[in-house]
Design a protein around this ligand. Structure first.
Ligand code: AMP
Ligand code: FE
Ligand code: FE
Ligand code: ZN
Length: 283
């Protein structure tokens, strides 16, 4: 069983439609796939339909933008009830704030003579999808300012850039409660990524564990050996679920489907921990 529990589609900052992500997953030889778009569940229906037709297992998921002390934390929520009102309200708030934040980033860049408009950014996005910096990167690529997303982030869009503007995001402890109340299972995405030291304070992770966190994404391409070791030790100490995933974004990132995977044993724990359900098994 090859299980990849973290992927993105055009409903957020992936470059393939949900059904095409599923088709690529099949080509990559995966058995089970989770779609985890940023702050939206909109891709689930199309992905589930495609998975059913292809005989692939499908796990509905979401990657919730969180923030603590000015630092961004991504929380994966699996098998949540997509109609849960508290969750829906929170996601809408984040998505609204992402729109005003993008206006401000474009204003800052335009003021500096970088030729980009909010209309050009919007043109990079499927209607209703979650707007993010990758779409601004795509607009810069389309305008011929940079060759690809990676260069856009390196030169203009990284977190310490003068053009960077943050957006509203829920506190991670509250996000865990929201996922649990929606019947889902919470896993911190790539907890210890970042080039300059640890982006996520282990003390915050412990606070999240106390709040009912279910797991950590241990195997991820942005984790070096030290990050994996740290994640593993926290997993062992608190008996958390350990996942591995690709964080696939289609052509938007180098991450390839199945490059990291979750073991069937750990996946069973996710299924057992969900009270909402919604898993489509392979076959
Ligand atoms: P945002 O949520 O709008 O602040 O944008 C963050 C998103 O940008 C993340 O979800 C990543 O997928 C994406 N991202 C960050 N760094 C890069 C990069 N170097 N190349 C491509 N995408 C990136
Ligand atoms: Fe992303
Ligand atoms: Fe993420
Ligand atoms: Zn992701």
């Amino acid at each position: 069983m090859r299980i990849d529990l973290h992927t993105h589609s055009t409903e957020s900052d992936g470059t393939q439609a949900p059904a095409d992500v599923v088709a690529s997953a099949r080509e990559a030889g995966l058995d089970v796939l989770a779609l985890t778009d940023h702050d939206t569940t909109r891709g689930w229906t199309a992905a589930r339909g495609a998975a059913q037709a292809a005989g692939l297992g499908f796990v509905p998921g979401i990657e919730i933008s969180c923030q603590r002390g000015g630092r961004s934390i991504h929380l994966l929520g699996y098998l949540v009830d997509p109609g849960n009102q508290a969750l829906v309200t929170e996601l809408e708030q984040a998505r609204r704030s992402r729109a005003t934040r993008m206006d401000r980033m474009v204003e800052r860049m335009a003021a500096d003579g970088i030729p980009i408009s909010i209309e050009e950014v919007r043109a990079q996005l499927a209607p209703g999808a979650t707007l993010g910096r990758p779409h601004l990167a795509d607009a810069l690529v389309a305008a011929g300012v940079v060759p690809d997303r990676a260069a856009a982030f390196r030169d203009w869009l990284h977190n310490d850039s003068r053009y960077y503007v943050s957006h509203y995001a829920v506190d991670p402890v509250r996000a865990i409660a929201l996922v649990a109340a929606a019947g889902g299972v919470s896993v911190i995405a790539h907890p210890f990524t970042g080039s300059r030291g640890r982006v996520l304070d282990p003390a915050v992770v412990l606070e999240m564990v106390d709040a009912g966190l279910d797991g950590l994404e241990v195997d991820h391409r942005d984790h070096d050996d030290a990050a994996r070791d740290l994640a593993c030790s926290i997993v062992r100490e608190h008996d958390l679920i350990a996942t591995g995933s690709s964080d696939y974004h289609g052509a938007g990132k180098l991450n390839r489907l199945g490059e990291n995977a979750t073991s069937p044993e750990q996946f069973e724990r996710i299924l057992a921990a969900s009270t909402a359900g919604g898993y489509l098994p392979p076959g």
